[in-house]
Write a protein that binds this ligand. Structure first.
Ligand code: KMH
Ligand code: ZN
Length: 271
């Protein structure tokens, strides 16, 4: 089986220090969390940035600052900026994360609109998705197709039909936001993507490690991190993203799956 790529989603845009005091806001906190994840075995950092007070931002300058600072400590890691940003941001605002230098090799592409809790709606119209895909293709950025339910796989395949996505596709199944996060859901999602695609799965909240274990067995790749889950076990907050990544490494060791280095992850993903 292919080696396991672990993505650390170190901060997200929605979780705060009130949820877990280790959620990073400042550049030095972002570097601390990225470094802890990489040292534990992550080869990809999924990156959101914040202002120092924790407010989410898609500012090009803030992304540049964070990426440059992470690079100094973790020169080889794959940095995957978010183009999702936070609920309510405009498309132009969100795309700024792809305008850093050098151009990112990898970035997220959200493939549909979804309920994000309470009155929040994360809007991704067909035109938004196609425009993001076109820009990412022109800039040579590989999209990680963020799919929060099966319909979003179908939207991604529609975008591919228009020639805006290059195969092999890479999907990230985000389970536990819009759809539930059961093993049946995971098997259904994996069976719904084109042969030859690669995939990562992220279980939100309490499903994180159950989804991780199933994914390791099924040959997919795993995403964990504060964006998705703040607890290392029931009722115990994780001290760092590194602690969450280390738990996935432990599961992989038990289940006999080796961990990919960033160079190996680049090969597997075709970056
Ligand atoms: N914060 C969510 C609204 C992504 O990074 O592309 C969007 C998100 C997905 O986190
Ligand atoms: Zn994200």
């Amino acid at each position: 089986m292919e080696k396991l790529i672990i993505t650390a989603a170190i901060s997200g845009a929605e979780v705060t220090k009130e949820h877990n005091p280790a959620v990073p806001y400042t550049i030095s906190e972002v570097v601390r969390e990225a470094k802890s994840a990489v040292e534990a075995g992550a080869s990809v950092i999924h990156l959101h940035v914040r202002k120092d007070d924790g407010t989410p931002t898609q500012s090009r300058d803030r992304f540049q600052e964070a990426i440059d600072a992470i690079r100094k400590e973790c020169p080889d890691v794959i940095i995957q900026p978010s183009t999702g940003g936070a609920v309510g941001m405009s498309d132009l605002e969100r795309l700024q994360s792809t305008e850093v230098s050098p151009t990112p090799e990898f970035a997220t592409l959200d493939c549909g609109t979804l309920n994000f809790g309470g009155d929040e709606i994360f809007i991704n119209t067909d035109n938004t998705i196609m425009n993001f895909a076109k820009i990412m293709k022109e800039r040579g950025i590989k999209p990680e197709l963020e799919v929060f339910d099966k319909g979003m796989i179908d939207i991604a395949l529609k975008v591919k039909k228009k020639g805006l996505l290059v195969e092999p596709l890479h999907f990230d199944f985000v389970l536990g936001v819009q759809m539930t996060a059961t093993l049946r859901d995971l098997v259904f999602m994996v069976g719904s993507i084109p042969a030859g695609s690669t995939w990562t799965a992220a279980g939100i909240g309490r499903s994180a490690f159950e989804i991780a274990a199933a994914t390791i067995i099924m040959g997919g790749h795993v995403r964990v991190g504060f964006e998705d889950n703040l607890y290392i076990e029931k009722g115990v907050l994780a001290k760092s993203n590194g602690e969450l990544v280390a738990k996935v490494v432990k599961l992989a060791n038990i289940l006999g799956r080796e961990i990919a280095t960033p160079a190996e992850a680049r090969k597997i993903l075709g970056l």
